[in-house]
Design a protein around this ligand. Structure first.
Ligand SMILES: [Zn+2]
Length: 510
């Protein structure tokens, strides 16, 4: 007859998308065949955890002879994957066995993967878990691997107990458990200030010439406008695009937390990494799948669109991307988020990014340069048609990027640095935010004319553009939004003729 030899429960958490759900790890020991049984919809990684737990226990001399160990992970309907439950399961077993007092684990949540030697390895989603723990009144301490400490430190109001091994955690728990916590790092420390260039960021001063494209980047940054750069290979489209993150206002702490959390659940933070300090710049290859770009997988993972949240998504050689892939991008562009529905549960990821697309003017790349292009008209039309349609509706600035001139390359005159542009951009964004609560790119067509008060000269020019330049309704809205941003950069309440004239020039040759 089986006899109960003890039981215990330990708090832990599972991550689904960016959402964190509490998991209760309940352990009971009964006499019988020695076996570890894990129930509660344990998927592959949890079953493998059984082996890791057995090995780590043996390594540390923590044998549990002659006892049947049942581990129940509740709630049962929550899919639990990943190895983050190793640590709480191990603590639960030791607590049930009487090696740790249940009191020592009161108010304590634990996550961590066990190595076979008893080491603690980093887990995905440590920052979202720490944020969850900080908000849960039942949790006042989070035990986690040292490799996740800097990342988790961005969550305020939770005590973090980090260790690189199970052994150190056990020693601390047996001694009252309040010795693990190192000095907390200030989460905002190291966020780049406005004037300092951030590590790895491209500065506008390094790009020679291209005054029109640089101006377009400033307008894009100020209004949150998506843009398309069209130009020959070697004209510097990629360098220009890379400058955009540094023209946007510096990441505020809550934004940095968002960006870091997304990279954390994607498994893209290296061990010991702290908060992401700079705006993301993601440049996926044109062979990327729909799931890679938007997100997906049976256990939903963020795609490039979400990894670019609060930053820039750069699609080079836009016509080479799959048509379906590009169409899937419409939803995140319109809603600023991605929703992935799976049998195992749904997840949503934020995806507010500025899109920068680039393309050659024709298949050979030299269209527009007299004498060098040999592409038949029909192939040029077909090439350009691939990017027309729904995605183009969401791009406000179409910019022709000419080949760089010799005078610009050789020129030694002063070139404006990103910091100066960023100051103007921040002022313009503040005006738009006070006026309508969002960026100019997000003004709905119905509100457009009210928000963009155009003076008489501006009206006359718009009328002329609609008739003479054959401006479509789409082109008209685009010009108005861009003109609003140009007026904001100029700190003017009304949009005037000069603003409209400049906006109309960004119609590209598509
Ligand atoms: Zn060509």
């Amino acid at each position: 007859m089986a006899r109960s030899m003890g039981s215990a429960s330990v708090m832990s958490a599972a991550v689904m998308g960016l959402d964190v759900r509490p998991v209760s790890v309940e352990v009971s020991l009964i006499t019988g065949t020695p076996i570890i049984q894990i129930v509660g919809l344990a998927q592959g990684a949890v079953r493998e955890g059984r082996e890791r737990i057995r090995a780590a226990a043996a390594q540390m001399g923590l044998h549990v002879p002659g006892l049947r160990i049942t581990v129940n992970l509740a709630p049962a309907d929550l899919p639990k994957t990943g190895a983050a439950l190793d640590l709480p399961i191990m603590l639960g077993i030791l607590c049930a066995k009487g090696d740790i007092a249940q009191d020592a684990l009161r108010g304590t949540m634990a996550v961590g993967e066990l190595g076979l030697d008893g080491s603690l390895r980093s887990v995905r989603g440590a920052l979202p878990i720490a944020l969850y723990a900080a908000a849960d009144p039942n949790v006042d301490r989070l035990l986690l691997p040292s490799a996740n400490l800097r990342e988790a430190s961005a969550a305020e109001g939770i005590e973090l107990g980090a260790s690189e091994s199970l052994g150190r955690i056990l020693v601390a728990l047996k001694n009252g458990g309040r010795r693990l916590t190192p000095a907390l790092l200030s989460p905002a420390r190291g966020l780049p200030q406005d004037e300092t260039p951030a590590a790895g960021e491209f500065d506008l001063s390094a790009v020679k010439g291209q005054p029109v494209a640089k101006r377009a980047l400033e307008i894009a940054a100020a209004g949150g406008h998506n843009l398309l750069l069209s130009g020959c290979p070697g004209s510097g489209k990629t360098s220009l695009a890379r400058c955009l993150p540094g023209l946007l206002p510096r990441l505020a702490l809550p934004e940095a937390v968002d960006v870091t959390a997304i990279h954390s659940v994607a498994g893209l933070l290296s061990d010991g990494a702290g908060l992401k300090r700079t705006r993301p710049f993601r440049a996926p290859h044109h062979s990327i799948s729909e799931a890679g770009l938007i997100g997906g997988g049976s256990r939903p993972r963020p795609g490039e669109a979400s990894l670019a949240h609060h930053g820039v998504l750069f699609l080079d050689e836009l016509p080479e991307f799959g048509r379906r892939t590009l169409e899937a991008l419409r939803q995140p562009i319109e809603e600023g988020q991605v929703r992935i529905v799976r049998a195992a549960g749904s997840a949503s990821f934020p995806a507010e990014f500025t899109l920068v697309a680039a393309m050659n003017p024709c298949p050979c790349g030299y269209g527009g340069v007299s004498g060098r292009c040999r592409c038949p008209d029909e192939s040029v039309r077909r090439y350009r048609r691939r990017v027309s349609g729904p995605l183009l509706d969401r791009i406000d600035l179409l910019v022709d990027v000419p080949a760089v001139r010799w005078e610009d390359l050789a020129g030694k005159g002063p070139v404006e640095a990103s910091a100066a542009v960023r100051r103007r951009v921040s002022r313009a964004r503040a005006l738009a935010s006070r006026r309508q609560g969002n960026t100019n790119a997000r003004i709905a067509p119905a509100r457009l004319e009210r928000v963009c008060a155009v003076d008489r000269g501006g009206h006359a020019l718009l009328r002329k553009a609609v008739t003479c330049l054959d401006l479509t309704a789409r082109g008209y809205h685009r010009a108005l939004r861009v003109a609003r941003t140009i007026a904001d950069l100029d700190a003017r309440a009304r949009v005037s003729e000069g603003h409209i004239a400049e906006a109309i020039r960004f119609r590209g040759s598509i």
